[in-house]
Design a protein around this ligand. Sequence first.
Ligand SMILES: [Zn+2]
Length: 322
Amino acid sequence: MHSLTDKIKFYESIFGRGRLASNGKNFDVRCPICAPLDASKKKLAIRTDNDANHCWVCGWKARSLVPLLKKFGSQEHVNLYREFTGQGISPTTADVEVVQKIELPKDFKLLTLASDLDPDVKAAWRYVYSRGLTDRDAWYYKFGVSDEPRWKRRVLMPSFDSQGELNYFVARAIDKDRKPKYDNPDVDKNPVVFNEINIDWKKRLVLVEGPFDMVKCPENSTALLGSDLDERHEILNKILLFNTPVALSLDGDMWNKKTPKIVKKLQEYNVDVVVVDVRPWGDPGNMSKAEFEKALLEAKPLEWFDVFNDRLKKATEISFRL
Ligand SMILES: [Zn+2]
């Protein structure tokens, strides 16, 4: 652990002179993004306990200092920061402990060990098999079931952080008309890296939307738990910290929406990114592992011209309909 003085020295080596806020928790420096001409205006607040930072003027927000170091510092700053903070960025686990305590339902049972005589368990297995998943997948991803009303007739999938601590779980309904399709614990998703325990940040990382897409992916992968990615997400901060190359594989209907947006965000930081086209299947969850592997082999950088053409085509179709 570093002392506050060490931390402040580090902050000032990057952002210049700052000052400790009256709450004793934040360190305020000049924001390099809105870069006020008056250098005495220190509107970027950095939380000294976990380095989360935000600017009161321009609205910038990030979970760690890595995005700012990438934009305004050098690779050396990033390397130094990696050493400084150890393997992680911010004390994520501590953060999670304070803000959100995640627990599996009290009666959580591994699907592989639950009684086959229970009709709900039988139905859960039928659902798992119908998605092209196997017994091995059920063991490997620790699929589970619960009888609590909120989680009943859902397949639960836990997630563990890099230390092996539970950091999240998702619960997929097995009945067609059940809403919501996915039910998740009521906590902030931004600090969560789904199944970080299995991630090698030095290798290419495949990003999909949901954990049930992730299980189709033979490679190093994680789920965004949605279709957004920016500086507030731990995943982006870790990608930047480790210079991790990315293969982005959002659902097909995001091809013209969120996919280009995330690619743009990653390119802003010179992250090496290719896109996986799953449009013929809808989403990775509908594909076999072999199909996904093939699509992954064919992944390529997003051509902005294609995006533009697709949009143009859509716009023409719409105006034609009118
Ligand atoms: Zn600012």
